[in-house]
Design a protein around this ligand. Structure first.
Ligand SMILES: Nc1ncnc2c1ncn2[C@@H]1O[C@H](COP(=O)(O)OP(=O)(O)OP(=O)(O)O)[C@@H](O)[C@H]1O
Length: 451
């Protein structure tokens, strides 16, 4: 730890740039689900069967393994609710893991006592999204920045004040504002105060949870630039959590993509953005709004809802929305037959077409020719179930809509059970280390397309 009369930063870090500072292995965090009238009963229309019993936990983070190198920024990206914050907080042991290990500079944080952890907390810090609520409005910013130093018994009053003022300058604020209250500062400035506070105890590793999401786009880059300068000067390592791909692209050296509690892809930034290997990553990248005036709106947006983390799909958790679900081995389907069958299965499951006679369904989805063999027989049965629904619906002038629902549901169940649930995507959890085309490090992709 530097003394207050020494320049700040360059703490006594014993690791070299590029060495592994954090190693997470099999990290899992399951929460108890809310109890209530339907506690233990789960409904998920994207699953077969859609209702399940007895599962009363939220699988927020499930068997995640990652390494972070000294001095790098690992971006963690994924849709809201995929488990990013839970992963960040579990790594810091702000919440206890259900399973797995967190090795920080070789020591297992998951095994540490509260007192050991308290001492470690000077080396690992966290900054949060909302600088408004994380700064106590009654305290002066000088006190706010000094608080962690006081908690760790660092320096005397004079030393802490000197360091706080120096940090204010480092983060781009005026040290003369030491006695002001947080309300006197803008959102971007408040996030800078947060940074100064986190850096006051000279950490090596900072988990940044959506630190610029609440800021105007014009301010985001300025704050990220400051974070990069401080990273260089202080030798910091960042785990940078964001849902916004442009933010991730700006700040990261490597990127990890998370979906429903799993890490689905990890690669160096350029490799990930230019050569994505996971269908989820591709879908995420394609759903970035296109700044072309001829194209209105957003393209490539993912179909369907994210399944519940209370009852996540087996195998690859993305498979229920994946446009590239793999054909089950037991049917000898051509690529075209499988593409038709998969599209039909999805359309039936989501009821995205109007009821129509069997011949029209065959023409619309299969160009008139159903797949050959056993697969074709199953598809034929499903087509009949959907078509008979239409007849049932037409004949029931009394409004017997139950019959309507049953045919579609039976067809969807038959197709999902016969095809989706027999795919390797449903049976095995994927994990493949691939060669990077544009980078130098391994490209991890959790997708059976790369088996
Ligand atoms: N204390 C808790 N108890 C029960 N479930 C929780 C708890 N905290 C988080 N979850 C659930 O865990 C899942 C992951 O949440 P988490 O906040 O980690 O996601 P996130 O990717 O950070 O999303 P966001 O960006 O919206 O914060 C969600 O389904 C969430 O509802």
């Amino acid at each position: 730890m530097s003394r207050p009369d020494e320049p700040i930063g360059f703490g006594d870090t014993d690791l070299e740039h590029g060495e592994t500072v954090l190693e997470v292995d099999g990290l899992t965090k399951h929460f108890a689900a809310d109890s209530g009238l339907f506690a233990g009963v789960n409904f998920d229309p994207d699953r077969f069967p859609p209702v399940s019993f007895g599962v009363d936990r939220v699988e927020a983070v499930d068997d995640v393994s990652l390494e972070i190198e000294m001095g790098e920024t690992l971006g963690l990206v994924g849709e809201s609710g995929c488990g990013k914050s839970t992963l960040g907080r579990t790594i810091l042991r702000l919440i206890d893991p259900t399973d797995g290990t967190i090795r920080f500079k070789g020591e297992d944080l998951s095994e540490m006592s509260d007192e050991q952890l308290r001492r470690k907390r000077s080396e690992i810090q966290m900054i949060f999204q909302d600088p408004q609520s994380s700064l106590d409005p009654r305290m002066k910013i000088g006190q706010i920045i000094e608080e962690p130093m006081r908690a760790h018994g660092m320096f005397d009053d004079e030393g802490r004040e000197a360091r706080a003022k120096e940090l204010l300058e480092k983060v781009g604020l005026d040290p003369r504002h030491y006695n002001r209250h947080p309300h006197a500062f803008s959102g971007g400035q408040r996030q800078r105060i947060n940074l100064a506070r986190a850096l006051s105890v000279d950490p090596d590793f900072v988990v940044c949870d959506e630190p610029v999401s609440a800021l105007d786009v014009s301010i985001q880059a300025q704050v990220m630039n400051t974070m990069e300068e401080l990273q260089e000067e202080f030798g910091l390592t960042y785990l940078f959590i964001a849902h916004d791909l442009s933010v991730i692209r700006y700040i990261s050296d490597r990127v990890a993509v998370m979906y429903l509690g799993h890490i689905v892809e990890v690669a160096e930034k350029e490799e990930l953005f230019e050569n994505p290997k996971h269908p989820y990553t591709k879908a995420l990248l394609e759903s970035i709004p296109v700044p072309d005036p001829r194209e209105s709106g957003v393209r490539g947006v993912l179909e369907g809802e994210v399944p519940s983390p209370q009852n996540p799909p087996s195998g690859c958790r993305f498979r229920t929305r994946c446009p590239q679900l793999i054909a089950p081995d037991e049917y000898d389907l051509t690529d075209e037959e499988w593409a038709h069958t998969r599209a039909f299965m999805r359309a039936v499951k989501r009821r995205t077409f109007e009821p129509m006679p069997a011949t029209e369904i065959r023409r619309e989805f299969f160009g008139g020719d159903l797949p050959r063999g056993e697969a074709g027989e199953i598809v034929a049965d499903a087509v009949e179930l959907v078509a008979s629904d239409r007849e049932g619906g037409n004949s029931s002038e009394a409004g017997d809509t139950d019959a309507d629902r049953d045919g579609w549901t039976d067809a969807a169940d038959l197709l999902l059970e016969s095809f989706a649930e027999r795919s390797i995507c449903a049976r095995e959890r994927p994990a493949y280390d691939l060669e990077s085309e544009l980078g130098t490090e391994t490209h991890f992709a959790a997708c059976h397309l790369h088996r």
